[in-house]
Ligand binder design. Structure first.
Ligand code: DX5
Ligand code: ZN
Length: 213
């Protein structure tokens, strides 16, 4: 299995001082997860590429586009803003392969995500093209929701199919559910409220890491 990676999600951080907030967790983070919501694919809207450009960190940004049919120029804005990795949603794109190719042609890593009710059959054709699969463990759109256990069947199946790919889980991840996802085969752990929602963020990360051995 690939290396364990921790990806704090800034959705739960204080965005008025986002660089300070990131600084606090930098040393213990492998990725900084950045949620982009368009108000269409998911009801809320969040930050844009202009905001992403202002994020200053040496930790690679992991941009999760919860966006309906993102255009090439829209995707490119995030890559130009400094994001080395872009995740699109299978359900949001008519032609995911074409989007994945576009991201890779622009020298970024590409990932594909599926919502809790989307079967992995929908992404089987793309598994050879992506660096990472994001299995949503809640319905996308909000932080602080409850982890959906049944999504672990997909993580298990994916890990059987692809020993070396990064499998990311996102939604309701805490020390307890991270362990469950780890046992199913996930190796990239996004956590919003379980890290930035806590006072002691480094201690919160260490608590998650404890179970991932
Ligand atoms: C939800 C976002 C998540 C969110 C997770 O749609 O994709 O990245 O920040 O938040 P928690 O960890 O609180 O469930
Ligand atoms: Zn996310």
């Amino acid at each position: 299995m690939p290396r364990i990676k921790i990806a704090p999600s800034i959705l739960s951080a204080n965005l008025k001082k986002v660089n300070e907030e990131i600084k606090e967790v930098e040393k213990y983070s492998d990725l900084i997860h950045v949620d982009i919501m368009d108000g269409i694919f998911v009801p809320p809207t969040t930050i844009d590429a202009k905001f992403v450009k202002k994020i200053k960190t040496k930790v690679p940004l992991d941009v999760h586009l919860m966006v309906h049919e993102p255009s090439h120029s829209y995707i490119k804005e995030f890559i130009d803003a400094g994001a080395p990795s872009i995740t699109i949603h299978e359900e949001a794109c008519k032609n995911p392969a074409e989007q994945i190719n576009f991201i890779r042609r622009n020298n970024a890593k590409a990932a594909i995500s599926i919502k809790p009710n989307t079967p992995i059959e929908k992404i089987k054709n793309y598994l050879g093209m992506v660096d990472m699969v994001l299995v949503m463990t809640v319905e996308p759109g909000w932080a602080g929701q409850k982890f959906i256990d049944s999504t672990m069947l997909k993580v298990r199946e994916l890990r059987k199919l692809k020993r070396n790919i990064d499998i990311e889980v996102d939604g309701g991840i805490n020390p307890y559910t991270a362990r469950i996802a780890f046992e199913a085969g996930a190796n990239v752990f996004v956590a919003g409220s379980a890290i930035f929602g806590k006072k002691e963020r480094v201690a919160a990360i260490k608590e998650i890491l404890k179970g991932l051995k």
